[in-house]
Design a protein around this ligand. Sequence first.
Ligand SMILES: [Zn+2]
Length: 484
Amino acid sequence: MTFLVQTNWPMKQIRNFLLSAALIFAAGQLTAESLAPFTLIKAARLLDPRTGNVLSPAAVLIENGKIKEVGAPAKVQAPSGTKVIDLGNATLLPGLIDSHTHLLVDPITPAEAERARHYNGSFLPGLLLAIVESPSKRVLMGAQLAREDLESGITTVRNLGHSGIDGDTELRDAINAGRAPGPRILASGRKLITRGDYIQNLNPALADAILEQEFLLIDGTDRARQAVRQNEFQNVDLIKVAADENLTVPELAAVVEEAHRKHLKVAVHAVDKTSIQTAIDAGADSIEHGNEVTDEQLKQMRDKGMFFDFTPTSYGDFFTKVFQGTIAESLTMRAERLKADERNRQRYNDLAQQVLKSEFVHGFEASDNQLYNNLVQRVLKSGVKFAAGSDMGWYFPGKTRGQASVSRFPVLHQAGMTSLEVIRAITTNAAEMLGWQDRIGSIEPGKFADLIAVAGDPVGDITELERVRFVMKDGSVIKNDLGQ
Ligand SMILES: [Zn+2]
């Protein structure tokens, strides 16, 4: 490096030169590694979710991030110099698709007393904080949650709002540019809502400014079209609308027409019967949640080719665990700090135990489970197309975001789906709902090399999905706890 001494460059220029030299060097190394063009993955089994067929043993040849050939190891011809990854006794599956998630929110459930005082539910205090805190902080948290999703086997997500103005589109672009690890993101940008009851009790002098950080208001058909165009300007991949009883069919139809003109699909959050009918009549592409859907509405959806997107977030003991890990945990911690004060320490420990056993937390889950068992049966019977998403936007104590998200898929089996139907809902079906069936969702030549592997048989035990041992995205190994 002596030549530097002979120059008369100012220090800043030298620093910049060294920095760019280091970057070019690093980029060169990266390219050299990713340019080893062929990778061969071998495993005992490969599941095709569409047919349920299992190829055993299996080999997948990958060239430059795409699947080139799939077949029996004896039949797949790998060129010399191919990198071989032998996953032994594992089962290969396509990378998972979480078709409904919120990577840029992570609220902690407030204590019941706090919920009661503010009349705004569990979600809104955390959401409001996310809106008014720094967008830079928010997107960096989103980058962490995206990485955690990928490490759990989710190689594609549809992020449906709650990302600020451009948090999800910027996170998507950063991941695509290799600046941060994460799944492929289809970003919806700001959620379109009516001036209804989504967030109440805001300071009237600031309400619009706060809302516009997170939402685009639909107020008549002109505003509806304008909202779609504003999102298009941010380069979104689809449009998300939250339908409530205030939203009219002409308003939503205007959104759908404007979005379809730009080849963007429209996902509609609709929970009650009226909103679901609005979404059907306006020609939405998918209905998210759909809790109160009737058999007649399912028939209309089937006839129109609309997707039903299950979101079994609260199924099982999910929120019980959240409340236990936040509220009971804080009582236990308080007790620990009272070491010298035996009487009070005991009192706080007793309170924590009461929370763990309380009717409140257990009552919360019972009604949701009942609803979902019934919903899964009726949707399957109707023949409507379906997919599934975690709707994860919660801080879950003790789990990464990826672990919390993936834990929502096996519960669909408890609610009445076969394991294969669950796997389809988050692979082939989801790919079709996203309009990406030519790129992801199955292990076939021409598709992105997004693969996962589990140690056992996921059809025999669907909870294998919660223990993904190998993750590959775009032909790059993200995680491998199985072989060499
Ligand atoms: Zn959602």
